[in-house]
Design a protein around this ligand. Structure first.
Ligand SMILES: [Zn+2]
Length: 268
C-alpha cells in the first residue's frame, strides 16, 4: 500500500513538472527581427501595434523552448523569425497554447526524401514533416519551402503553417484531420461531413484547393489551413462554410484583420 502511495505521489510530481504552466519570461525581440516580421509576415502586418508586440513576445517564447538545428545549411535570423511565425499564427487564438509535442526542428536546405531524409536522389519531394515514433517531438522543414511560403504574397501555400497545423491536429493523440483539442464538440460532426464533401469536390476537379489536401483527412486540414491563413479573404469568398468552420477551429477571423483594433481571442 505504501509503495502504491509513493508511486502515485511520484507520478503526480512528474505530471506537475511536465504540465504546470510555466511562466516563461521572454527576452525582447531584437529590432532587426521585428523588421523582418514587418517585411515578410503578412499576418503580422495586419495586427494592431499592441497585438504585434504580443506576437513578438510569443515568437520569442516559442524560440526559447524549441531548438532549431540546421542540416547542411546556415540558420539565419530570417529562418528563426519565419519558423516562429509559422508556429504562432495557427495558435494565435489560443493565448496559452504550448507545443508540448515539439522539441527540435531540423532545417534542411531543400526538399528531402521521406523515409531516409536524404537530400539527394530522385525522390526529393517532401517539404516538411512532423515525426512520429522515434522521431516524436521532431519536425523537419525545408528552408526553401519555409521562405517561399512567406515571400510570395500570392501563394495559397505555406509549408511552415502546414506542419504546425499537423502538430495541433496531433495534440489529441491522432493526426486525423479532426483537432478535438481545438474544436468544440458540436462542430466535430459538421467538420467531418464538410471535409468529406470538399474532398469529393477536389477529386472531381471542382475546387481551387491544392489537390494534395485530398490525400487524406490530416492533409486536408493542413492544406486548407494554409489557404485560410495566407489568403483569408479569397478563401472566405470561395469557401464561406469551410471558412466558418476553420474560424471555429482556430478561434480566429483572419479575413477581418484590419490592424486597427485589438481583437480579443474568444474562448469556448
Ligand atoms: Zn502534411
Amino acid at each position: 500500500m505504501l509503495a502504491f502511495i509513493l508511486i502515485l505521489i511520484a507520478i503526480i510530481v512528474v505530471a506537475l513538472l511536465l504540465f504546470w504552466p510555466r511562466s516563461i519570461k521572454s527576452k525582447p525581440m531584437p529590432v532587426a527581427w521585428q523588421q523582418l516580421l514587418q517585411q515578410h509576415v503578412h499576418f503580422y502586418r495586419q495586427l494592431s501595434v499592441a497585438d504585434q508586440q504580443l506576437f513578438q513576445k510569443r515568437v520569442m517564447i516559442f524560440l526559447q523552448y524549441v531548438h532549431i538545428h540546421p542540416v547542411k545549411t546556415t540558420l539565419t535570423d530570417l529562418d528563426r523569425v519565419l519558423i516562429g511565425s509559422s508556429a504562432i499564427i495557427p495558435i494565435w487564438g489560443f493565448p496559452h497554447w504550448h507545443y508540448y509535442n515539439l522539441q527540435h526542428i531540423l532545417l534542411y536546405p531543400n526538399a528531402f526524401e521521406e523515409n531516409t531524409f536524404q537530400l539527394e536522389g530522385l525522390n526529393r519531394d517532401v517539404l516538411g514533416m512532423v515525426g512520429s515514433g522515434t522521431l516524436n517531438q521532431i519536425m523537419i522543414l525545408s528552408q526553401q519551402a519555409l521562405r517561399d511560403g512567406f515571400m510570395n504574397e500570392n501563394t495559397k501555400s505555406n509549408t511552415g503553417i502546414h506542419e504546425f497545423v499537423h502538430l495541433l491536429d496531433k495534440a489529441d493523440g491522432a493526426t486525423d484531420g479532426i483537432p478535438e483539442s481545438l474544436l468544440a464538440k458540436p462542430y466535430v460532426l459538421p467538420w467531418i461531413q464538410f471535409m468529406h464533401q470538399t474532398i469529393q469536390e477536389m477529386q472531381a476537379g471542382h475546387s481551387d484547393i491544392n489537390i494534395y489536401g485530398a490525400t487524406n483527412q490530416a492533409e486536408f486540414l493542413a492544406v486548407v489551413s494554409e489557404y485560410f491563413f495566407t489568403q483569408p479573404q479569397l478563401f472566405q469568398q470561395h469557401h464561406p462554410q469551410l471558412y466558418a468552420l476553420l474560424q471555429q477551429i482556430f478561434h480566429q477571423d483572419p479575413a477581418q484583420a484590419t490592424g486597427m483594433a485589438l481583437r480579443v481571442p474568444q474562448w469556448h
